[in-house]
Write a protein that binds this ligand. Structure first.
Ligand code: GCB
Length: 607
C-alpha cells in the first residue's frame, strides 16, 4: 500500500475492530503439565496503559515498534515502553486509588529474551504461561496477535517459539480486559469485587520439542486401594515409552504412548492420604528429555447412598467458604495469606474448604495437600449467566477443563463445583448437564456438585440437575434472608434426597464490633444466633454430609452499600483485616469440636 492509500482515519469508523481478536482462542488444548516445572519468572514492573475506549485494538497499538519519538513518522496515541509501570502479578484495581473501579482494557508490555530464538535447530519450544488474567487476555508478540483467553481465574499457555527473535528485545504485550458482560462467566452481576489485571504469576517455560501436557497419577477408585492409574498426554502425536517412577514404593513403570497418549493401570499399595495423615509421594514422569516431578497424595473419594466415603470411611465435611480477596492485594494471594487462611480454618475445626466462586490460586490446593484439608473447587457459573449461548458454554467448559488439568494431582480436591444458584430452566439444565459430563470425562476420580436452589412451590430440595450430581449443594439463608428457622425445618423434613446434601452456604452479615440485641440485624449477636439456629437444625437430617457456612472473611462487594457494609459483604466470621473475630466464629468452632468429639466417641464405641 502506498503511503497515500493509507487512511489514518479508518479506525474511527470501524465498529468491527475487535472481531479479528476473538480467535484463535487459547484454552485447555494448550495446557502444559506443570508438576514441579520451573519457568523463568516475568514478575516485576511491566509498562502499563489503561485503555477504556479500546483504542489499542482499533488502532493496532501492538504494531508500532517502540522507537524514540524522534523516529516517529506519524503521531501516536500510545507508546508501549513509555509512561508508568505496574507490578506483575498484581491487580491494577489495588495499585492506584483512581484505578480502583476501572473496568475495561489495559495494555501490559515487557521485553523478553528469545533465547536462541525459534530456529535453534534443537526444536525446543518457548511457552508463555499466565497464571491468571481477569477476564479476557489477548497476547501479542513482536507485533503479532497470537491468541485470546477467556476466563479470569485459570492458567493459560501460548507457544511463542515461532515468533521469537534470538536474544533480548522481544516485545511481549498482553491486553487484559476486565469488563463485566452478560455473556461472560461470571456475567456482569455477581457478589464480589471485579478486580483487573495479570494478577497471578507469568513465566516463560523452555521446553523440549515434545513435552508433557498431562502427567497424572491417581488411585483407581474401586475400593481396593491397590491400583494406580497413570494418564499421560504429550504435546505431539508421537509414539514411544514414558516412564513413571514412585521411588518410595520402589516402582518404575513403562507406559506405552501411542499418538501422544498413554494410560496404564498398575498394582501398588501406597500409604493413603487423608486430613489426619496427609502423606505425599514423590512421583517422576519422563518422556525423552522431558521430566517432571510432582508430590502426590493417594486417596479414594466416593459416594455410597447418603454418605461421602473417604478411603472407604464416612466423612462429615466440617467446612467454611472462602473468597480470594485481600484488603491490600485484592485477588492476588500470597502463600502467607493462604497459610493464615488454613490456620483459621484449623482453629474452627474444619477439615474442608469451599473455594468460592472461581478457581483460587494453585498454591491453595498444594498447601491443602500438605496440611491435610479437603477442598471444593468451582468455576464461576454464577446466577443468571447466558445458558442459551453456546459461546458462554464453551467458555465455562474450558474454565472447568483448565481447572481440572491444573489440579488433577491434588489429593485435597474432592469436589468440582459446576454452578452456583442457577434457576432451574431448560437452557440451564442442558448447559449444566454438559458441564457435569465434561467434568466426569476429564476426571472420573472425583465428585461433582453444584450449589442448587430449592423448589419453592413444593418447598423441597429439588432440582433436575441433582440426579446428575454426586453431592447436592444447598445454599440457604434461613434466619437471615428468610426470617426464622421454621422454613429450614420444613424444607429438610419435606425432602428425601437419594444422595448426600452439603449445606454449601448459610450465614448472616455482622459488622465486627457492632453489638446489640440478638434480633438486631448486622450485630455480632444476631449473626451468632443465626449460626446456633442453623447448626441445631441442620444436624437433624441424616442426608446432610457437611456444611460450608458463608464465610471465613468479610470481602469487598460493591453491591453492598448500607452503613454496615460500605462496599463489603459482612458475612465473614472474621473481618476483612483477617484478624478481628466475630462472636459467631466461636459458635461454629464449638459446634465442630462437639461433632468431632461425637465422631471420636462413636469410633471408639464401635464394635
Ligand atoms: C449467596 C451467594 C454468595 C453471596 C451470598 C450472600 O447465595 O452464593 O455469592 O455472597 O449469597 O452474601 O448473599
Amino acid at each position: 500500500m502506498s503511503e497515500l492509500a493509507h487512511d489514518p482515519f479508518h479506525h474511527l469508523h470501524d465498529e468491527a475492530y475487535a472481531r479479528p481478536f476473538e480467535s484463535p482462542t487459547l484454552g485447555c488444548a494448550g495446557v502444559v503439565a506443570m508438576a514441579g516445572r520451573r519457568g523463568e519468572s516475568l514478575a516485576g514492573p511491566w509498562n502499563f496503559t489503561l485503555d477504556l475506549f479500546d483504542e489499542g485494538l482499533r488502532q493496532h497499538w501492538y504494531r508500532d515498534p517502540p522507537e524514540p519519538p524522534t523516529a516517529w513518522i506519524r503521531p501516536r496515541d500510545y507508546d508501549a515502553l513509555a509512561g508508568q509501570t505496574t507490578p506483575v502479578p498484581s491487580c491494577w484495581t489495588m495499585q492506584q486509588p483512581q484505578w480502583r473501579h476501572f473496568e475495561g482494557a489495559a495494555w501490559y508490555t515487557r521485553l523478553i529474551d528469545g533465547g536462541a530464538g525459534g530456529a535453534d535447530g534443537a526444536g525446543g519450544r518457548t511457552v508463555l504461561r499466565v497464571g491468571a488474567a481477569n477476564y479476557q487476555a489477548r497476547v501479542f508478540l513482536n507485533g503479532r496477535f497470537l491468541g485470546t483467553h477467556r476466563g479470569g481465574s485459570t492458567p493459560f499457555f501460548v507457544d511463542l517459539t515461532d515468533h521469537l527473535h534470538p536474544g533480548a528485545g522481544n516485545r511481549l504485550q498482553i491486553q487484559v480486559d476486565n469488563r463485566r458482560e452478560p455473556q461472560r462467566v461470571p456475567m456482569h452481576h455477581f457478589d464480589w469485587f471485579n478486580h483487573g489485571g495479570l494478577y497471578r504469576e507469568v513465566e516463560l517455560l523452555r521446553l523440549p520439542a515434545v513435552y508433557f501436557r498431562r502427567a497424572e497419577l491417581q488411585l483407581v477408585p474401586d475400593g481396593s486401594f491397590s491400583r494406580l492409574r497413570a494418564s499421560l498426554e504429550l504435546s505431539a502425536p508421537v509414539d514411544g515409552v514414558a516412564v513413571v517412577e514412585l521411588p518410595a514404593l520402589g516402582l518404575r513403570q513403562d507406559v506405552q504412548v501411542c499418538q501422544g497418549r498413554g494410560t496404564l493401570v498398575f498394582e501398588a499399595r501406597p500409604e493413603l492420604w487423608s486430613p489426619e495423615h496427609p502423606c505425599l509421594h514423590d512421583v517422576h514422569f519422563t518422556f525423552g528429555p522431558d521430566r517432571v516431578s510432582d508430590r502426590i497424595g493417594f486417596r479414594e473419594i466416593r459416594v455410597e447412598s447418603l454418605r461421602i466415603l473417604l478411603n472407604g470411611r464416612p466423612v462429615y465435611l466440617r467446612g467454611i467458604c472462602v473468597h480470594e480477596d485481600d484488603l491490600e492485594l485484592g485477588k492476588c494471594s500470597t502463600e502467607e495469606d493462604v497459610r493464615r487462611r488454613f490456620a483459621h480454618a484449623r482453629e474452627l475445626g474444619c477439615n474442608f474448604l469451599r473455594l468460592a466462586h472461581y478457581p483460587h490460586h494453585e498454591h491453595v490446593a498444594r498447601i491443602a495437600d500438605e496440611l491435610g484439608f479437603l477442598l471444593w473447587e468451582e468455576i464461576p457459573v454464577y446466577w443468571a449467566i447466558r445458558f442459551d449461548d453456546p459461546g458462554t458454554l464453551a467458555d465455562a467448559r474450558n474454565q472447568l477443563q483448565e481447572l481440572i488439568a491444573r489440579d488433577a494431582n491434588r489429593a485435597s480436591v474432592i469436589l468440582w463445583g459446576v454452578g452456583n444458584e442457577n434457576a432451574d430452566t431448560e437452557a440451564r439444565y442442558a448447559f449444566m448437564r454438559e458441564l457435569v459430563r465434561a467434568a466426569r470425562e476429564a476426571d472420573p476420580t472425583r465428585l461433582v456438585s453444584a450449589a442448587c436452589l430449592i423448589n419453592r412451590q413444593a418447598f423441597r430440595i429439588e432440582d433436575r440437575l441433582a440426579q446428575h450430581l454426586d453431592v447436592i449443594g444447598l445454599n440457604e439463608y434461613f434466619g437471615w434472608y428468610e426470617p426464622g428457622f421454621e422454613g429450614l425445618r420444613t424444607l429438610l423434613a419435606n425432602s428425601s434426597p437419594d444422595r448426600p446434601v452439603l449445606i454449601s452456604e448459610t450465614g448472616a452479615d455482622a459488622l465486627a464490633g457492632h453489638h446489640g440485641r440478638e434480633d438486631e440485624l448486622f450485630t455480632e449477636e444476631c449473626q451468632a444466633r443465626m449460626y446456633r439456629g442453623q447448626i441445631a437444625i441442620a444436624d437433624t437430617a441424616d442426608y446432610i454430609c457437611g456444611m460450608t457456612p458463608w464465610l471465613l472473611y468479610d470481602f469487598r462487594s460493591e453491591r453492598r452499600q448500607t452503613v454496615f457494609n460500605r462496599g463489603f459483604n459482612r458475612k465473614g466470621l472474621i473481618a476483612e483485616d483477617k484478624a478481628t473475630r466475630k462472636l459467631a466464629f466461636e459458635v461454629l468452632a464449638r459446634a465442630y469440636r462437639a461433632r468431632r468429639a461425637r465422631e471420636a466417641g462413636e469410633a471408639t464405641s464401635a464394635p
